[in-house]
Design a protein around this ligand. Structure first.
Ligand code: GLU
Length: 388
């Protein structure tokens, strides 16, 4: 059992209650939140399997002891668990991770039930019932799915259950391809309006350069995910999962836009989860950005690759990033790439800096004809625009 003998530090801005998406939130703080009331904990495949690729009961037990300790203190916890493919591989006698998508999906379907058995075995004996929740990224886009997922998860937490979430691999494959549930975890943190998302990983956190490079040091706090940081993020993937630091940073960005603070920490560090919850300097901490963005805007930030770029002048840049205004044709200086109305595009400032992402109202050809024209024509409506 993990002892909670050290009294947790309680910072003024540390404890934030789950609030409505529209409600104002306290100012962003570089101080780590302590004693969060609602926590999403994500375990990637590499954090819950052993060398032979099978889900590792002992490793999971170390995590569940900490989860149970927090649960007893009244902390509401959602676990986002990968490992379905890993569990399915052993059940089907597959030595290597399959290469084709239908076999990966089938393997996940076989493994998911086994994975849930393991979680139930480890957690339910101690009290809290576990619930299986399978989601896809599209569930944030479709309003009825979003509301139903939110209602179900809310009620599960009220009932004292521990939801165990995975991607619904039978119908969606984004996280199998790339992510190992990092983005699903951010999605869940948004849906339940968590105070804290903990990404437990096989690395200590984000380093100044690849952790194997001499002189690489751990960043304890990252206030902004810069293009440089993204570039230097380790892109290696493990043999069993499909994550990596790049997908984690993407998840952090989504969670942060959702008003959720994130910590990336080494899952095997004894007591890692408790230490993170207490607000100790473990792993890398990313403060939540304020204000929390609406769910639809998150999807825009998340949407498929931008099809082009719209270069805007300084006035438009300011209006979009600080004034919560739509982008008008008058402020557009140049159009790059070929896109259709409704496509995602990036909005960049006069110096080429990324300002926002949005769903454009015009085809690129037409837009090129109306750039700079007065008359208030909306190139991207503010509801379709997310400031980055
Ligand atoms: N949902 C998949 C699983 O649980 C994603 C992780 C992966 O790509 O291995 O196994």
């Amino acid at each position: 059992m993990v002892a909670l003998d050290r009294p947790a530090e309680r910072g003024a801005a540390g404890v934030t209650k789950a609030v409505d998406a529209e409600a104002p939130l306290p100012a962003a703080s570089a101080r780590r939140p302590a004693e969060a009331k609602r926590v999403v904990v994500k375990l990637g495949t590499s954090s819950l399997t052993s060398d032979d690729g099978m889900p590792d009961r002992q490793r999971l037990q170390r995590i569940t002891e900490q989860v149970l300790s927090l649960h007893r203190k009244g902390v509401q916890i959602v676990i986002v668990s990968s490992g379905a493919i890993a569990a399915g591989m052993s059940a089907l006698g597959l030595e290597r991770r399959p290469a084709d998508m239908p076999t990966l999906q089938a393997t996940a379907a076989v493994g998911q039930r086994r994975l849930m058995d393991l979680w139930a075995d480890l957690l339910e004996g101690e009290g809290p019932p576990v619930a299986q929740v399978l989601l896809t990224q599209h569930d944030i886009v479709q309003r009825s799915h979003y509301v139903n997922a939110r209602n179900t998860l809310e009620r599960l937490l009220e009932l004292g259950a521990i939801p165990i979430v995975n991607e619904n691999d039978t119908v969606a494959v984004e996280e199998i391809r790339y992510g190992d549930n990092d983005r699903i975890a951010a999605l869940v943190a948004n849906i339940v309006r968590a105070d804290l998302l903990v990404l437990l990983s096989d690395v200590e956190g984000v380093f100044t350069s690849h952790p194997s490079t001499p002189g690489a040091s751990l960043l304890t706090t990252v206030e902004e995910i810069t293009p440089d940081l993204l570039r230097s993020a380790a892109r290696g993937r493990s043999a069993l999962g499909s994550g990596g630091m790049a997908s984690k940073l993407e998840a952090v960005r989504i969670a942060s836009l959702s008003g959720v603070a994130v910590v990336i920490a080494f899952g095997d560090r004894p007591g890692a989860l408790i230490d993170v919850w207490q607000g100790q300097d473990v792993g890398t901490y990313f403060p939540a950005s304020r204000p929390r963005q609406a769910a639809r805007k998150l999807w825009i930030a998340w949407a498929p690759t931008a099809r082009g770029r719209i270069v805007v002048d300084e006035g438009a840049r300011r209006a979009v990033s600080h004034g919560n205004k739509s982008l008008l044709a008058a402020g557009v200086r140049a159009v790059e790439g070929s896109f259709k109305a409704g496509d995602a595009v990036e909005v960049v400032g006069p110096e080429g800096e990324l300002v926002a992402k949005g769903l454009v109202a015009f085809d690129s050809d037409l837009l090129a004809e109306i750039i700079g024209t007065k008359g208030g024509r909306e190139v991207i409506h503010r509801d379709q625009l997310v400031v980055l």
